[in-house]
Design a binder for this molecule. Structure first.
Ligand code: NAD
Length: 327
């Protein structure tokens, strides 16, 4: 359904310029009421008659939504697409796109920010100072752990994991990685990264940083058994997706001092954070902001809008995840 000759699309949440301008040139854009719940039935009602949906990671785009008769494309403003049932989309001949690449540096920077901040207790130290506890230099005050020369274990070395490895080189870190897809030998050499199994990575790393997509295989990839394999002095960083880590098991491991600390950007039941994590001063809790720089979020918005505009004009969107729909 459309008015004024332009096909209609549903924008689930605001995006940054130039995204809205690109969308408005190609389509009649309707927006999702911000007070409406984010469930399949409500999204389906709002998207009825639309050829496209611009979605974000909190939008469940599954069978209910994907069966809308006119729907041609779902453009996700994220690299992760675990909120979309891609197999169901393919069955309904609905294209799915994401925004890979443009957020690699911002996300890798942020993983490293969490790593440094957790190692050197920066949030705790800032609170300590603001609360008036700083009474002068002391030899044993706010002791942290060394980053330079430490061992970093990367779980997943795709675009973002590699970016973190690249940063780790500057800190003279020994980099281990676990990934079913080995890096090409020249990339391994350039990054100074050694492929190991997960058990060895957990046993030898001072920092473990997670960079896998959320899939059936990676759900709870790290749970009680894996935390038990980590060094008690090790710090866990997660900027991937919350459910990759069993959050309740992490709370228990932190309480039992099987893991020394954690820097988290993502949570199992966002926006909820496990209540056990809240009082822990050795844990940094960021509100899912790893890609949140002005440039990156603007580029993600533009990329998602271009994917949408290309598809509704009959073309093949550059970041198509299910090419079999568009032969
Ligand atoms: P990518 O596809 O380039 O890399 C993912 C890597 O994980 C691949 O090398 C893959 O082989 C590996 N992998 C898959 N299953 C694995 C397993 N079971 N064990 C070990 N490795 C496995 O993806 P990317 O662009 O690097 O992004 C990774 C994820 O980071 C995204 O899927 C997204 O969910 C998340 N992300 C989060 C934020 C944020 O704001 N916190 C920002 C960007 C990306």
């Amino acid at each position: 359904m459309s008015t004024g000759g332009k096909p209609r699309i549903l924008l689930m949440h605001p995006i940054l310029e130039p995204g809205p301008t690109i969308l408005a040139e190609a389509a009649e854009v309707i927006t999702y009421p911000p007070d409406r719940p984010l469930d399949g039935e409500s999204i389906k009602q709002a998207a009825e008659g639309c050829v496209g949906i611009v979605s974000q990671l909190m939008d469940p785009i599954r069978e209910t939504v994907l069966s809308i008769p006119d729907l041609k494309i779902v453009s996700n403003v994220a690299v992760g697409f675990d909120n979309i049932d891609v197999a169901a989309a393919t069955a309904h001949k609905v294209m799915v796109t994401n925004t890979p690449g443009v957020l690699d540096d911002a996300t890798a920077d942020f993983a490293f920010t969490l790593l440094m901040a957790t190692a050197r207790r920066i949030v705790e130290a800032d609170n300590f100072n603001r609360q008036g506890h700083f009474k002068g230099w002391a030899i044993d005050m706010m002791l942290g752990v060394d980053v330079f020369g430490a061992t970093l274990g990367l779980i997943g070395v795709g675009r973002i994991g590699r970016g973190v490895a690249h940063r780790a080189k500057g800190f003279n870190m020994r980099v281990l990685y676990y990934d079913p897809h080995p890096l090409p030998p020249d990339a391994e050499q350039q990054l100074g990264a050694t492929r190991v199994d997960l058990g060895r990575l957990l046993a030898e790393s001072d920092f473990v940083s997670v960079h896998v997509p959320l899939t059936d295989e990676t759900h709870h990839l790290l749970s009680t058994a894996q935390f038990g394999q980590m060094k008690p002095s090790a710090i866990l960083i997660n900027t991937s997706r919350g459910p990759v880590i069993d959050e309740a098991a992490l709370v228990e491991a932190l309480k039992a001092k099987k893991v020394a600390g954690a820097g988290l950007d993502v949570y199992e039941r966002e926006p909820s954070v496990h209540p056990g994590l809240i009082p822990m001063s050795n844990v940094i809790l960021a509100p899912h902001i790893a890609s949140a720089t002005t440039r990156t979020r603007s580029e993600m918005s533009a990329m998602a809008a271009r994917n949408m505009a290309t598809a509704i004009r009959g073309g093949r969107p550059p970041n198509l995840l299910n090419p079999e729909v568009k032969k």
